[in-house]
Design a protein around this ligand. Sequence first.
Ligand code: SF4
Ligand code: SF4
Length: 236
Amino acid sequence: MATPDLYSELLKDFRFREGLKACINCGTCTAICPAAEFYRYDPRKIVDTVQRADNDEIEALLKSETIWYCGECMSCMTRCPRGNAPGKVIMALRNLSIKLGYFTESERGRQVYPLTESLNRNILKYGYCIYPDTFVFEEHPESGPVWKWHLEHKEASYARMGANYKGKGPGALRDIAPEDLSELKAIFDVSGGTERMELVEELSRKKAEEMGMSMEEYRKFTFEHCSDVHFNSEAE
Ligand code: SF4
Ligand code: SF4
């Protein structure tokens, strides 16, 4: 399949049109960016690359690690002297990377699969993106021993915090009624969410086959494995 005109594809995304007027390469976005402090990451370079509209360079960007470091906090938008929003440009790049299947080319991009699978499954099944019953402490050791204790004492702990865990009526962590879950599913269907989930799964399955893994092995590997190439501290 011939490579599409990637700049034209980006222009179809309103976030790209809103996020990039003309970059003067001043670097203010990088100076304010919290992600740039931790990752080998420079939003200025991304915006500069994109505005050159070179197909090969944009394709390399879509297959790279760098578009997955942004935390979408939009601090850059508040400071750019030209009114650009690098965070929005990056959202458009991520969207196109997924649409074209390029996201499976990078370690960070491949993490789209475990995140899509777990967060959307929780939303559609429970009505919450993070749900205590599906939170596996061993997969999140960084959450620390206090969180481990909460998970082991869910009922008592949430009751003391004033939540309505699995209860009827209002309150945090209440049971979501089946008709409301059906509405959520309908929103996913009409908004393209279901189609996006299916696409991510299909392309990830292809990559898992290429890597000689079952889907469960791939989910676990992409979720847990993080090489040290991403971080600033490793650069020195
Ligand atoms: S702050 Fe704005 S003008 Fe400056 S490098 Fe970033 S995007 Fe470009
Ligand atoms: S939106 Fe992304 S690029 Fe902008 S400041 Fe936040 S992390 Fe950095």
